[in-house]
Design a protein around this ligand. Structure first.
Ligand code: SF4
Length: 234
């Protein structure tokens, strides 16, 4: 691995190019409670199915309190299109009940006022809320400078050489965050840029390297793809 100064510079170049290519990330209008529901629904689920399940919940239940108090089987049936609805329905309701018991209402807007570390600590106490979910809620809805690492951000970061190829997605949160400035918009651009790039260009199987604007800074391209296309350079 390169030293940290080089990696910080590389992360900056990657972020700048991907932000130009895909545009700056736009802030969500969802409040933190709604974002938490959305992100839990999205675990291991495609965007279209997540959006459909979220819309179905909103259509059937006017408020999150109604979801909290509904029969679990009904909530499960409403979100049947996502992966593991039988786990997500009771998990959502348990989290909602715990927040209500602790805060006196079902609202997470207070996280916007808290320091990011305090928000992380608070959300960590809920079962099924891991580093990615916490960071999504705190970045997307509270505009806190914390990086979510999903499967695309993780894969593209490894190929670029920003993190080692044995680093887990969970461990990648702190390592990648350390390469970025403490600025929510910059971090959000990085997250969205790598996510879009992972969906469209640096795909899981056979990345489209010849269409990629990051070839000159990409370890995978320089070490694996380029030598094959120029065997005399090996
Ligand atoms: S050059 Fe290839 S491996 Fe590297 S980021 Fe681009 S698509 Fe991914």
């Amino acid at each position: 691995m390169e030293d940290k100064t080089v990696l910080v510079e590389k992360a900056g170049v990657v972020n700048q190019r991907l932000t130009v290519k895909y545009g700056p990330a736009r802030w969500s209008s969802k409040d933190p409670m709604s974002m938490l529901v959305d992100i839990i629904l999205s675990h291991r689920t495609r965007d279209a199915q997540t959006a459909a399940a979220y819309a179905a919940l909103k259509a059937r239940y006017p408020t999150w309190e109604d979801v909290r108090d509904a029969p679990t089987a009904d909530v499960e049936a409403t979100i049947a299109g996502v992966t593991w609805p039988e786990q997500k329905a009771p998990r959502l309701q348990a989290i909602m009940r715990k927040i209500t018991a602790e805060q006196g209402n079902l609202n997470l807007d207070f996280l916007k006022e808290w320091p990011v570390e305090q928000g992380v600590e608070y959300l960590s106490r809920f079962e099924g809320v891991g580093p990615k979910t916490r960071a999504c809620v705190l970045l997307f809805s509270c505009r806190k400078p914390i990086l979510p690492v999903d499967t695309h951000v993780h894969r593209v970061s490894i190929r670029l050489g920003l993190i080692g190829n044995k680093v887990s997605a969970e461990a990648a949160h702190a390592l990648l965050q350390a390469l970025l400035p403490d600025d929510a918009q910059t971090i959000y651009n990085f997250h969205k840029g790598l996510l879009r790039h992972g969906q469209q260009v640096c795909v899981y199987e056979r990345p489209h390297c010849q269409q990629c604007i990051l070839r000159d800074v990409c370890d995978y391209y320089q070490s694996k793809v380029l030598p094959k296309s120029n065997p005399t350079l090996v």
